[in-house]
Ligand binder design. Sequence first.
Ligand code: B16
Ligand code: MG
Length: 227
Amino acid sequence: MILLPQAVIFDLDGVLTDTAEYHYLAWRELGAELGIEVDRGLNEQLKGVSRLESLERIIASAAQPPILTEAELAALAARKNTRYTELIASVTPEDILPGIAELLAELRAAGVKLAVGSASRNAGFVLERLELTGAFDYVVDAGKVKHGKPHPETFLNAAEYLKVSASECVGVEDSAAGVEAIQRAGMFAVGIGSPETLGQADVLVPSTGQLNMNELVSAYSRWNGGN
Ligand code: B16
Ligand code: MG
């Protein structure tokens, strides 16, 4: 017997749209101002991680990390966000990643509840730009989450709101921190990316174009004791 998940909780940056690249560009520019190189390897460690924590990781990666006050850190994080919001201002529905619109429509038609579990305080704005706000039953407010990914709170918050148990949920993530958060929540983790960074995921696809509802449901069903 095939078991259908009750809810699917999607990460935003890097899953619904490629804003992960804009985060990278904005951090790279800020890093250059500080004399710290933010390369793609370091960037993988920033995915799914909050703005301030990302800045702290960038600073810690320097050969001689500068000592900064909380006010200086906050000002740098705000500068990065200003640059990031400039970059995402031009996002349109054409920036929805391949396969996502179809997957959302199929899941909804099957009666599966849909949520967004993003660490981004800009999630609401990006969803509006993508014209996807109405596609979801719930969007986790990152500003109200006390413990960021890899803590499970983001995903558990969505399950609680949707009134479904964790084992009936699937989470979809492009970050190592996010996959860990989904699994610590007791949910089935779909990873989008490479085995080097997301090898722990319960099922892994290289990009969103390879996601399809039948395979997702079959893999979830096997994980949950179905066929
Ligand atoms: P903001 P996700 C995360 O979004 C990003 O992956 C991460 O790079 C970013 O630092 C974090 O949101 C916070 O974003 O600065 O916009 O509040 O992948 O969890 O959707
Ligand atoms: Mg992400």
